[in-house]
Structures are given as structure tokens and as C-alpha cells.
Design a protein around this ligand. Structure first.
Ligand SMILES: C[S@@+](CC[C@H](N)C(=O)[O-])C[C@H]1O[C@@H](n2cnc3c(N)ncnc32)[C@H](O)[C@@H]1O
Length: 947
């Protein structure tokens, strides 16, 4: 590796990310990667991991920490964009890889272009050739690859190749990107499954080509070894050339009203591909149902089969067993079948037997039985490589084959548990883990697998080394009693057995699929990508709580469990249970326990204390001129207070903050939910700086003002570079404004004689506004003051309430075509609007809109509204009346009554004129009729005779 031509020190130079980050483009790139779903680089190694931080975002953070901010910000951004493959030339290459004619596209908005283009990492070999001349010139380097550049920048900044640390490494997205760029990495996580996924990312995806070939060979050997054992049992093939692709099981229970055994099937449809249904055939003598499987039934018959024996109450709260005997329909709540009751202490219990360690299927007296009701068979077509498939009902032979597997597991379970090939671990109660216990009586993790599933997974576990454990986890995830049977999408599009963690819970199922062993072991052959790292990187992985860190790093990029809805420490026990007894040597030093009590969670006092412990330790373990980027998924309104407290108490100082949109509603079914990530950039706080509250106020104002001006100025300078798009939108500037305020605040260790480190961790009494809270809200308010929309004078703006400011600000944004809901969410928080929904006509993620004057009608005039007695609401009301042709004089009379102190306080009238004027200008294109009514109102008020 070449070293820098000029020994140029960056030791005390601010990093680019502390000054600039092209967040709009980065949001588009991040979103693009999130949309790639299964084809994301690291996903195949553990599709069950939820909440992967996009690699492109991690790359921006790491590079942004290494690259210096110079006195030429425009050039800094250009160079950074080249490195991120976000410049026009790179984009053209990325588009060409998709066979797209670039000239036509280059005028389109960046987001649309990115949508059509390859991701930078997909064309890594060709996309960067053109950049190195410019990059080296600007950065005083002589690199021709990222690892060279990173090493040289590391030497300039830290005196050595930089080390990136991530103590909440999860699936390894951050360490992987750091190593791919050429950094040494230190990764740790409390959870051993996280460590394992990180190990896989670094050692398999980042491993050599030869390693990949070797892994494929090992995978094949494992598949052969497992199938040889299973075939020997003769528990799957039908002896006539067909083998089982999937077994379908359902719960069966006795209806207490009729004493019939009823299969619990939410639908009788088995597969949409060839219109296959299950037909229930009553047997009044045995009081049970036979189940016949019919394929290719008529449309009418098929539609009728939609309804099964389990129905919802319509409110989606209770499920009922429903069946008909002698023309009478009987309905029994599933909770009644279980015998749910409330105990004196308010908790729930029921009559289900709790399964024991030796159980693997229901006992004959159990309330819930399990029944095999269909098998999907497959057979090679004559002479071809394709297969014939068919569903069949269950024969005596099938039951005999079930028996073979049951016997085998019954006989070997204790020994397999002893050897650690199948779990022997109890399910500890918890938020997610209560569900299988309560709904099924399952108390050990192996209860979540039926005998066929235990057989396959047990053998895979037994025969696999460290690298093959990733295949094991995929087998577990897609072949358990919690694996949903999907019906497919329609003709020719068959369904199949789906993964347990298609959401982040441990939901029990009334019917589920089990893979035939060939389909189960097929999951071992993961289709993994390969991005070999440069040799000799130091790649350390440890399993410990973040507060226990011992290793020094130059840069920390972390994504802590802030307000995270995923209970990793519970749900990952599903996998831990399989590995903990005999982990391979590579994983043997990790603690194979989720250590729930040490996991950081929630958002209260305990959360803050744990976070401070973690970040304090990272600060202590950070090089003095090191940098930290802390990622927070932006969900809670109290995020700023939390962040400032944690950072302050950890001995850090904020230097910048950015907001990157990571997902929108086309990704999430909820409709209009937007998710973004705040990047908080921090340095070690040096010395014990002191200030008074009064001086602080001035300093914050100056800092915010200068920050807002810098970014606004850069928008102007960079015009032309950005096909008419802003580098920073208002919301980015707002974020930067907040960060500027926090930068000043967290610079000080002592304010008004108070030690801020201890103030920040002082437990809060509910409802109390602490000294720190007061400072933060002052800082945030100061930032907001600089966000006066165009066309509004500051002296009027200062008179308005939060809700009024919100409405006017968002109208300004709408008039410029910005329609993203997350913008509304952010500004509502900024302006402290309690319920901005009341002001919205549409809340679609990418097509949000405020209510017009007409749409408001008479709403939001009452005392409960945040617009109550506001001048803006009165003006909108008047506009509405004018649009409905109410006489001008009458409109004026109403206006004077609606606006408090109209006659006594002249500024109220002035404000009304100003607001009418503002509305008329901003609505000109959006709603010309409303704009014209606002103009009329402005003139009416202006010319009104007073007296
Ligand atoms: C939001 S996730 C990180 C996700 C990761 N950046 C990724 O892209 O996959 C947070 C991680 O923090 C871990 N964690 C929770 N409490 C911890 C603690 N006290 N110490 C270390 N890690 C902890 C969890 O196990 C989880 O892996």
C-alpha cells in the first residue's frame, strides 16, 4: 500500500461530516438500498435480522469522519459525492449498467435517477475509476482504491490506519462497511447471534474467493450427509417416485358445545396456484372430520373454501372456532378453548398443560392436538429437469411415515439435547416469549419445532462447522411450528413455507407448513455475495455489554437500541437455544446467553443510565481526536432532550446532526409512516469550559444563525451542480440548527456553576422540567426562530403560536412542491404542535397536504383546537366565507369578532393583513381561487374604516 505523498496532518482538522453532508442524495441512496430487500449485500447470511442499517449510510458516515472539511465547501461536497458514486459521471455509469440512455435521464430529479440505476456497490469495479485524480488532488493523497485512501487519511488524522468501533454491531452492517473501505474494525454486541452474524459478514462475505468456493463444497457435503441419514429412515418418499415437498399441519381441538374434534383452519384453501382446497367430511359417529384434498375445483367452490373453521369477531380481537352440526352453527372463542382466566393479580392464565423438556408433540389429553392434513408431493417430470407437483390428503402410509419420525425423535431426543444438537433451553417469559407459553403451553425452545423439523435441524446442527451455522439458522427460521404456510398468489404462483421472522414476534399459528427435508436443507445453500477485503485488516469481534469495552478505536459509528421495537434479547433466543451447548471453536468465547437484564431497552431512566454507561466507556476508549457518529431512529419527540443528556453525561460534545430518510410508506404497509435516522456527530469534550446562562443565550443564537446561513448559502453556491435541486431542504437546515444549538450547549461542562455531567444524569421526576430540559428547549426554540418562511416578517412571525407557524411554514413548503409527510412530522415537533393531524387534508407519506380554507369549514374554531382564537384561523375562516360568496361586510364583522382584541390592538389587524397577503402569494399556483379570496380579504381589511 502506498503512503501519502505529502505528510499532511489532519489531526485537528474538522471532518466533513461535522460541516456538510449531502443528505438529500444520501436519503435517496439509502432508500434505494432498503428497497432491495432480499438482494441486500448481507441479508442472505441472516434474513431473520431486522433493522439492518444501510451500508451506503454507514459508508457516508465513515468517509465523512475521515475526509477533512476545507475552506472550499463546494469542492468538499463534490469530492465526497464522487467517493459515494453520487456525482453525475458515476450516476451515468450506474445507469448504463441498467442499459439506460443517460442523456435523457440526467435532467430528472436525483431520486428518480437513483431509482433506475444500479447501487454503487453493485458496480464497484467500474464506478470509481474516474474519481481518483480529483480526489487525490483535493485530499493530498495518492490513492487508487478506498483501502489506500482510508489508510492515507487515517495516517494524516490519527497516525495509523483508522480503527472503527461499533459496540452495538447487530448484524454487522457497520463493521462490514468499515472493513470493506479498508478500516480495522472492532465489533461487539451483547447478543451472541449478533456477534455470529457480524463474524459471517466479516469472514464469509468479506472473505476470499477461495473461501467461498470451499464453503460451497462444505455446504454440499452437509446437505448430502443430512439427506443420507433422513433417506435411511424412509419417512418421506411415498415409494412411487414422489417425495414430500411440504407437510401441512393444523391444530385440532374439541368443540365444547358439540364434543366434536374440529381442525382449526383459518381457511380451507390449501393453494391458490391450482385451486386446491381442504374439504371437511363430517363423521357423526366418531364426531370428527375427515379431510379430503381437492385440486382444480370450480371458482365457486374455491371461493366458498375461503372461510375455514376459525373466524375473527370482525374487530380482529377474538378468534372463534366455528363449525356446523345438523344445520346449527356453533361458535366458541379460542380463548375459551384454552380456558383463559384472569388471576387475582390481574395477569392471565389458562388450562393448557405446560409441555415438559421431553415433549415434542401434544399428549393425547392436551386441549390442542396437532394434525397432519395435507402433503404437497413432487416428482421429476419424465426426461426433464422440472417437476410435477400435487397435493394429497393423508393416507395410512403417510401416518406410518409420521410414526417413523416420531419414534426416532422420541428415542433420540434426550441424547441429542445432551449433545447440544437440539435445544434443551427453557423459554423465559417476556414481552415476546410469553406468547408461545400462553397460547400453546410451550416452555422449551424445541417445542417450537415438530419432529420432522427437529430431525432436519438436529442433523444440520450436528454436522455443521462455524461457517455452516448460518445455513442452520436459515433452516430454523424457515422450518418451525411458527412458519406460516402461504397460499401463493394465484394460478402458477404457488405458495410455500415462510420464515418465522417475517415480523419481529413469536406468533403461534393454527396451521403451518413443514418443509420436506430436501427443501429444508436447500436453505443451507445460501446464495452469498462476495466482497473480499484487503488482506491484513484487524477484524475483532467480542460478545459483551457496550459498557464493558476495553479496546481503543479512532472512530465509533453506532446504532444503539434507541426506542427500538425489536426485542432482540428475547427473539434471538430462538437461535441461541440451538447453538449454546456446543458452539464451534470460532464462537466458543462468546457468552451464549442473551443476558436480557443487560440489554439496553425502553426509553426511561434506566435506558438513559445504561446508554450513558455505554457512551462514557466509548468516549474513554476513543482516541483524543476521534469522532463518533451515533444513529438514532427518529421516532420520539423527546429525542433531542435524550440525546443531549446522554451525550453530555458521557463526556461528548455534539458537532453536527443530520437527518436521513430511510424508509417511506411504499416500504411499509401502514400507509403513511415515515422513518428516518438522525446522525449525531460527536467529539470528546475537552477541558472544563464554564459559561453563564445569559452568555449561553447569545452564543447559541450566533451559532444557530451562522449554521443556517452556511447551509442556505451552500444551496445557492451549489446551484447548477444539482439540476435545480437543493443540497439541503428546510428540514435539513432545521436539523442543523438544532445541532448548532446542541454544539454550543454540550461544549460546556459547567453552566451557571452547575456541573452538567451530573445534571444530565439526574433522575427526572415525572412532569418536571429540569435545568437541562429548559436549556434544550431554549436551544431548540432559538433554532426555530431562524426558520421564518419566505414572505413573512420576523416581527409577525414572533407573534404566532406554534400551530400557526406550522401551518404557514408547511404552506410555504407545499408551494414549492414538497409533500413528504415526515417533513410535517418534523416541523410539528419543531413548532411543538400537539396534534398536527387536525390540520391535514392528506397524510400520505409522499403526498401529504394541509387543509384548505374550505376544507377547514368551521372546524378548529373551538377551545380544544390549537388554532383557537388565532388570527390565522380567523383569516382562513374569512377566506372560506368569501369563497362561499358571503357578503364582504359580513365577513369583516365575523373577522373582527373572531380575532381577540381586534380593535384594541392594532397589530392584530396588521397581522391579519399580513397573513392574508401571505396566503394569497403562497396559494397562487396551488389553489388560485383561494388565493384570490385571500387577496380580496387583504384589501377589505386594509380599507376597513375603523371608528
Ligand atoms: C439497533 S441494533 C444494531 C443494528 C445494527 N446496526 C445493524 O445494522 O444490524 C442494536 C443492538 O444493540 C445490542 N444491544 C442491546 N443492549 C446492549 C448492550 N447493553 N451492550 C451491547 N449491545 C447491546 C442488541 O443486541 C442489538 O444487536
Amino acid at each position: 500500500m502506498t503512503s501519502p505523498i505529502v505528510p499532511f496532518s489532519l489531526k485537528d482538522t474538522p471532518a466533513l461530516i461535522e460541516r456538510l453532508l449531502p443528505v438529500q442524495k444520501l436519503s435517496a441512496e439509502t432508500f434505494k438500498e432498503q428497497m432491495a430487500v432480499q438482494s441486500k449485500t448481507l441479508t442472505a447470511i441472516g434474513a431473520y435480522w431486522k433493522g439492518r442499517k444501510p451500508l451506503i449510510l454507514n459508508k457516508a458516515c465513515i468517509l465523512g469522519c475521515l475526509i477533512p472539511a476545507t475552506d472550499n465547501p463546494k469542492r468538499d461536497i463534490e469530492i465526497f459525492e464522487k467517493l459515494m458514486a453520487m456525482d453525475d459521471e458515476s450516476l451515468a455509469i450506474r445507469l448504463r449498467h441498467c442499459k439506460l440512455e443517460t442523456q435523457i435521464f440526467l435532467n430528472a430529479p436525483y431520486r428518480e435517477l437513483v431509482d433506475q440505476a444500479k447501487r454503487p456497490e453493485e458496480v464497484m469495479d467500474s464506478v470509481h475509476h474516474h474519481i481518483w485524480g480529483d480526489v487525490n488532488m483535493h485530499l493530498h493523497t495518492n490513492a487508487k482504491s478506498f483501502p489506500e485512501l482510508v489508510e492515507q487519511l487515517g495516517i494524516m488524522r490519527f497516525g495509523h490506519r483508522p480503527q472503527v468501533g461499533d459496540t452495538f454491531c447487530g448484524s454487522g452492517q457497520i463493521p462490514f462497511e468499515a472493513a470493506r473501505l479498508g478500516c480495522d474494525v472492532y465489533s461487539s454486541d451483547l447478543n451472541p447471534i449478533a456477534c455470529m452474524l457480524t463474524w459471517g459478514a466479516l469472514n464469509i462475505i468479506g472473505g476470499s474467493e477461495e473461501d467461498h468456493t470451499e464453503l460451497e463444497r462444505e455446504q454440499q457435503q452437509l446437505v448430502d450427509a443430512v439427506l443420507a441419514q433422513i433417506d435411511g429412515l424412509k419417512g418421506e418418499a411415498d415409494g412411487r417416485g414422489w417425495s414430500a415437498k411440504a407437510f401441512l399441519y393444523c391444530v385440532e381441538a374439541r368443540c365444547p358445545q358439540t364434543d366434536w374434534m374440529v381442525p382449526l383452519l383459518p381457511t380451507l384453501i390449501v393453494s391458490k396456484a391450482d385451486r386446491t382446497i381442504a374439504e371437511l367430511i363430517p363423521d357423526p359417529i366418531l364426531k370428527r372430520y375427515g379431510i379430503a384434498i381437492r385440486s382444480g375445483v370450480s371458482e365457486e367452490y374455491f371461493m366458498a373454501a375461503k372461510r375455514g373453521t376459525v373466524r375473527s369477531d370482525g374487530r380482529g380481537q377474538d378468534l372463534y372456532l366455528v363449525h356446523t352440526v345438523d344445520g346449527l352453527e356453533y361458535r366458541t372463542k379460542i380463548s375459551t378453548l384454552r380456558g383463559d382466566f384472569r388471576k387475582p393479580d390481574g395477569t392471565w392464565a389458562n388450562k393448557l398443560r405446560l409441555w415438559s423438556k421431553s415433549d415434542f408433540k401434544p399428549s393425547p389429553d392436551d386441549i390442542f392436538q396437532e394434525r397432519l392434513y395435507a402433503i404437497q408431493w413432487m416428482r421429476p417430470k419424465k426426461g426433464g429437469k422440472t417437476f410435477d407437483y400435487e397435493f394429497r390428503g393423508i393416507s395410512e402410509d403417510d401416518l406410518d411415515r409420521e410414526h417413523i419420525v416420531d419414534e426416532f425423535i422420541g428415542k433420540h431426543l434426550p441424547e441429542w439435547q445432551e449433545n447440544g444438537w437440539v435445544p434443551d433451553m427453557r423459554i423465559e417469559p417476556g414481552i415476546n416469549t410469553d406468547q408461545p407459553i400462553r397460547e400453546r403451553g410451550w416452555t422449551y425452545w424445541h417445542h417450537l419445532f415438530n419432529p420432522r423439523q427437529l430431525l432436519v435441524a438436529g442433523l444440520v446442527n450436528r454436522f455443521s462447522n462455524a461457517r455452516l451455522k448460518f445455513g442452520l439458522c436459515q433452516v430454523l427460521n424457515s422450518n418451525a411450528r411458527l412458519s406460516r404456510w402461504s397460499l401463493g398468489d394465484g394460478p402458477g404462483r404457488s405458495g410455500g413455507v415462510k420464515q418465522v421472522f417475517d415480523n419481529q414476534a413469536l406468533n403461534t399459528l393454527l396451521n403451518y407448513g413443514t418443509r420436506g427435508s430436501r427443501f429444508a436443507v436447500g436453505l443451507i445453500q445460501l446464495n452469498l455475495k462476495s466482497f473480499p477485503f484487503v488482506p491484513n485488516l484487524s477484524l475483532k469481534i467480542n460478545c459483551h455489554a457496550a459498557g464493558q469495552l476495553l479496546e481503543k478505536s479512532d472512530i465509533f459509528v453506532t446504532d444503539p437500541p434507541y426506542g427500538n421495537a425489536v426485542n432482540y434479547e428475547e427473539i434471538l433466543e430462538f437461535f441461541i437455544a440451538w447453538l449454546r451447548r456446543s458452539p464451534p471453536p470460532e464462537f466458543a468465547d462468546w457468552i451464549w446467553d442473551s443476558r436480557r437484564s443487560l440489554a439496553i431497552k425502553g426509553s426511561g431512566e434506566e435506558f438513559r443510565r445504561d446508554m450513558v454507561a455505554a457512551y462514557k466507556r466509548m468516549t474513554e476508549c476513543m482516541t483524543d481526536n476521534g469522532i463518533q457518529v451515533i444513529m438514532f431512529t427518529h421516532q420520539s419527540g423527546s429525542i433531542w432532550a435524550d440525546m443531549a443528556n446522554i451525550v453530555w453525561a458521557s463526556g461528548l460534545q455534539v458537532t453536527a446532526a443530520w437527518y436521513v430518510v430511510t424508509e417511506t410508506d411504499s416500504a411499509l404497509r401502514e400507509g403513511s409512516y415515515v422513518k428516518g435516522t438522525v446522525l449525531l456527530v460527536c467529539r470528546k469534550r475537552q477541558g472544563l469550559q464554564k459559561i453563564t446562562r445569559d452568555d449561553l443565550a447569545w452564543e447559541i443564537q450566533e451559532e444557530v444563525e451562522s449554521q443556517v446561513q452556511t447551509l442556505t448559502g451552500l444551496n445557492q453556491k451549489a446551484k447548477g451542480l444539482y439540476r435545480d435541486e437543493n443540497v439541503f431542504e428546510d428540514s435539513d437546515i432545521q436539523m442543523a440548527g438544532y445541532a448548532a444549538a446542541l454544539r454550543v450547549l454540550t461544549h460546556y461542562a459547567i453552566i451557571d456553576g452547575r456541573d452538567m455531567t451530573s445534571e444530565a444524569i439526574r433522575p427526572r421526576v415525572k412532569g418536571e422540567t429540569t435545568f437541562v430540559d429548559g436549556l434544550i428547549s431554549f436551544a431548540v426554540d432559538t433554532a426555530n426562530q431562524y426558520l421564518v418562511p419566505q414572505g413573512m416578517e420576523k416581527r409577525y412571525w414572533d407573534k404566532l403560536s406554534g400551530a400557526e407557524r406550522f401551518y404557514l411554514k408547511m404552506l410555504d413548503q407545499e408551494s414549492r412542491g414538497v409533500k413528504k409527510l415526515d417533513n410535517y412530522q418534523n416541523f410539528a415537533k419543531a413548532f411543538k404542535v400537539r396534534d398536527f393531524h387536525a390540520l391535514m387534508a392528506s397524510q400520505k407519506a409522499n403526498d401529504a397536504r394541509l387543509k384548505s380554507a374550505i376544507e377547514f369549514g368551521r372546524a378548529e374554531m373551538g377551545e380544544g383546537s390549537e388554532l383557537y382564537q388565532s388570527v390565522l384561523r380567523s383569516v382562513l375562516y374569512a377566506v372560506m366565507e368569501l369563497m362561499k360568496y358571503v357578503d364582504g361586510n359580513e365577513v369583516l364583522i365575523h373577522l373582527t369578532l373572531n380575532i381577540p382584541n381586534y380593535y384594541a390592538d392594532m397589530t392584530q389587524r396588521e397581522l391579519a393583513v399580513n397573513l392574508a397577503d401571505y396566503l394569497s402569494k403562497h396559494l397562487e399556483v396551488l389553489r388560485p381561487d383561494e388565493a384570490s379570496a385571500a387577496r380580496v380579504l387583504r384589501e377589505l381589511v386594509k380599507n376597513q374604516r375603523l371608528g
